[in-house]
Ligand binder design. Sequence first.
Ligand code: FAD
Length: 430
Amino acid sequence: MTEIASAHAPSYYAASVDDRPARPALAGAVRADVAIVGGGFTGLNAAITLAEAGRSVVLIEQNRIGWGASGRNGGQLHSGQRRDQVHLEKQYGLDTARRLWTFAEEAKALLHDRMQRFGIDCDWTEGLIHAAHKERFVAEEWAYAEKLARDYGYDAVTPLDRAQLAAAIGTKRYFGGTRDGGAGHLHPLKLAQGLADAAEAAGAVLHEATHAISLRHAGGRVAVETGQGEIDAGSVLLAGNGYLAGLDRDSEARVMPINNYILTTEPLSREAADHLIPGREAVSDSRFVVYYWRLTRDLRLLFGGGETYRRGFPPDLRAFVRSHLSNVYPQLATAPVSHVWGGTLGVTTSRMPCLRRTAPGVYVAAGFSGHGVAMAGFCGHAAACAMLGDTERFDVFAQLSPPKFPGGRAFRWPILVLAMSWFALRDRLW
Ligand SMILES: Cc1cc2nc3c(=O)[nH]c(=O)nc-3n(C[C@H](O)[C@H](O)[C@H](O)COP(=O)(O)OP(=O)(O)OC[C@H]3O[C@@H](n4cnc5c(N)ncnc54)[C@H](O)[C@@H]3O)c2cc1C
């Protein structure tokens, strides 16, 4: 039996939003055009698209809205897909790579449109710096910036040499990099809560503390069974991502839950903050297990780093994340930490999202592989559009649907631990 959490993870995000009354759990039987399982960016954006198109929508979240990865991530909004265009062109051909780039740009536009249209103030800040932790990556990064301008008409990425980068991120640990003026960062829990309000304003019904236990097909419809109720729906979107368990084993074998961790310091002085990131950009690096960081509105350093591939978090989370932080900012190794937390995201073997229609009326959108601030919402929207008859975006992703992890659902964990540990080791060796 899944335990229902009535509170958010003990994150800086949860501590910096107003305490909201819980939405009531679903009780009894209801009927809807669409049932959505999962109250993160994927489910909430799908709910908005469907409700605005006049469909009746019931969304259920087993904990609180934004309780999953969407309410506790690094808040970094990246350009492009999780894999770069060079890889996508090789893997899928030029046409598909171009469409995927266009979708990623549409994803950013959708997010900005919804923030603006629904008046969601989620601390949006422009600019994202990418830092190369190996000297040989610098030329590659600069060449990639040129390629984006030349082949994709995207000229917001500018090169930074070693001295410029050190001045921009307050550490000499990196060799050079780029700044993307079309990317940025935000407060993800404020975004999730704003999207939930917008979905309700458009007519969707949201329930918290409601765990979907099983799906039942009957008479061309799908029943989503919960502890105390049932939704009789025309279609269902499974939007549980890394937290989905037991509802769709075939998709779960394609989406691996991985844990990632973040800390925030106590607020820094303006002088210290200006020394660290004077331009207030988000920063991420070139490690396979990425380090990412940024300053919050109230000038805390929010730093993410370290992954684990087993259920449960490391026992001393503070020491675990701090050890990664001190690789970048040794001077902050003993800085007072205000919050530390972990979360679970879904990754796929190809690092492309997993969008599938697994049975008549049953859609899945998951596996955004650390790129979900832009892509999860967009894929939720794409799944909703598919339900409304516009399958263009959904079909492109569905054709690239990632294969199962070796070992399938049962044995993927030990195999993944080995593979990921090898890549993490490579970060340190060469
Ligand atoms: C620590 C961390 C840092 C990250 N940093 C970034 C970043 O900086 N930039 C970026 O682009 N991406 C980042 N990501 C990834 C990003 O957060 C995710 O890709 C995105 O939030 C996924 O959204 P989602 O709605 O699909 O899933 P989630 O937000 O995880 O939501 C799924 C929800 O479904 C609910 N649920 C699951 N099963 C059931 C059920 N049976 N019944 C009812 N409800 C159910 C869960 O409780 C959960 O709330 C990070 C993730 C983590 C964990």
